[in-house]
Design a protein around this ligand. Structure first.
Ligand code: NAD
Length: 479
């Protein structure tokens, strides 16, 4: 069996405890590779390496740091197909989505390479014969803990602003998807990243993840994952006075007004919900449609959803791959059983394991549409992380916005209308970190990204992300 090792201090490393765990293909159940089960001792070694590397990395110019990213992005693009296949094998998403994600990783590195020259403080005139200056300093050793839904992209979102700012880092991938992360880390080393600047420790969240958060040398934790885990991470970080960025779950509403372009709204809802098998933090998770157009809209939506082809992400004809893991599958099945038992909604289409050759080997689930969902249903209250879309009818925009904001989450939201006034009202009143008009899901490294309410705090991407990894020191000068 092939073993892909951790990356500590620029070298491949096994776990101190000598144990491994299996990484399986969610489409076939086949064993892909094994990776070391990192322990607290491995985390300590990785942090030690990051501490040792910090001073020299922080001293070189941001432009020189950026050149490593630039070279990395070039190699990643050359190896795009191989990386995309690996990502599909461990995560399940269709190859076309995996290619996008690998491109996204390269793009975010290039973006922060371009921002390298903009890392600077301010000079502030003060009364009297003096000046105040601010200088920006890296924090030291940072930790990045990431989920399995977009492992390559989220790795890029975290490592690029952290490293360009002069910090060193320990990354803990999700237990189901470490292979692409490990390969990307080895490409960074090949591109000239000095030993110890980026270290990757694989292992369970409760052990490897928590030891990383508790380690006294770690100054900042950037976490992406479920709200519940984020709260635990924040609790642990608080006792060590560590800075935290929390990118947590969402339950994004999509509002379809009666003047919307129905064709593009239907396409947007399908892509918004079923991309990555519904396992995207900013997926459309609740759909509110004006009742005057609901009949026509739902009919078109149903036809589109029924036409999606479910299968192995490596097959060219696949529109939607499997769920990533057993826990996801059980969750989805449990939700559907509950809808049926409590008679809480009408299943328009889907709700079952699809039938095709080999479908019983993977975590496949049909793309599912449900209507007539009561307001207090779990489908509207929880973050449904899978291919199930509840459709709710509303009388008007006021009701749609009220329902949309009636959630503990506030990651994204979209409004679909041709009316500029309605669009403006949506942008002003929807309570979310990112609001789209006539689109949903689109993100870019240039654009700040993050949530409000229980979707977390802090921002990734854009220049905003740099301030998450820098601290301001003030110098006051009197002549
Ligand atoms: P998760 O919270 O289960 O795990 C995320 C990471 O945290 C993994 O690496 C895991 O091993 C680690 N972890 C688990 N317990 C830990 C602990 N006690 N201490 C430290 N680390 C621990 O989330 P998941 O199931 O991997 O990912 C899905 C979730 O991520 C969804 O809620 C989704 O919305 C969210 N997400 C949010 C964003 C965003 O930017 N807001 C992006 C992608 C995914």
């Amino acid at each position: 069996m092939v073993v892909m090792k951790m990356q500590i201090n620029g070298k491949a490393a096994g776990a101190c405890g000598g144990e491994f765990f299996d990484i399986k293909n969610p489409a076939t159940g086949e064993l892909l590779e094994q990776v070391p089960r990192g322990t607290e001792d491995d985390v300590a070694l990785a942090v030690e390496a990051a501490v040792s590397a910090f001073e020299s990395w922080a001293c070189i110019s941001p432009q020189q740091r950026g050149m490593v990213f630039y070279r990395t992005a070039g190699i990643v693009r050359q190896r795009k197909e191989e990386l995309a296949v690996l990502l599909t094998q461990e995560q399940g998403k269709p190859l076309v989505e995996a290619r996008n994600e690998i491109e996204g990783f390269a793009h975010v590195l290039e973006y922060y390479c371009g921002l390298a020259g903009s890392l600077r403080g301010d000079s502030i005139p003060v009364p009297g014969n003096g000046y105040a200056f601010t200088v920006k300093k890296p924090l030291g050793v940072c930790a990045a803990i990431i989920p399995w839904n977009m492992p390559a992209l989220i790795m890029g979102w975290k490592i690029a602003p952290a490293l360009i700012s002069g910090n060193t880092l320990v990354l803990k991938p999700a237990s189901n998807t470490p292979l692409t992360n490990l390969t990307l880390a080895s490409i960074l080393t090949e591109a000239g990243l000095p030993a110890g600047v980026l270290n990757v420790v694989t292992g369970p969240g409760e052990t490897a993840g928590e030891s990383l958060v508790r380690n006294p040398h770690v100054k900042k934790i950037s976490f992406t994952g479920e709200a519940r885990t984020g709260k635990r991470v924040a609790e642990l970080a608080a006792s060590g006075m560590k800075k935290v960025t929390l990118e947590l779950g969402g339950s994004d509403p999509m509002l379809v007004c009666d003047d919307a372009n129905l064709e593009s709204a239907v396409a947007g809802a399908i892509r918004g919900r079923f991309y990555n098998c519904g396992q995207t933090c900013t997926a459309v998770k609740r759909l509110y449609v004006f009742e005057s157009i609901a009949g026509e809209f739902i009919k078109k939506l149903e036809a589109g959803v029924r036409s999606l082809r479910v299968g192995n992400g490596l097959d060219k004809s696949t529109d939607m791959g499997p769920l990533n893991n057993f826990r996801q599958m059980e969750y989805l099945k449990g939700l559907v059983d509950e809808i049926e038992e409590k008679d809480e909604g009408r299943m328009i289409t889907g709700g079952k394991v699809p039938e095709f050759k080999g479908s019983d080997k993977g975590y496949f689930f049909e793309p599912t549409l449900v209507s007539d969902v009561p307001g207090d249903s779990r489908l509207l209250k929880e973050e449904v992380f899978g291919p199930l879309l509840p459709v709710v009818t509303v009388k008007n925009l006021d009701e749609a916005i009220e329902e949309a904001n009636n959630s503990i989450y506030g990651l994204g939201a979209s409004i679909w209308t041709k009316d500029l006034d309605r669009a403006r009202i949506g942008c002003e009143q929807l309570n979310a970190g990112i609001i789209w008009v006539n689109q949903h899901l689109k993100v870019a490294p240039e654009v700040p990204f993050g949530g409000v309410k229980e979707s977390g705090f802090g921002r990734e991407n854009g220049p905003d992300a740099l301030s998450e990894y820098l601290e301001t020191r003030t110098i006051m000068l009197k002549t």
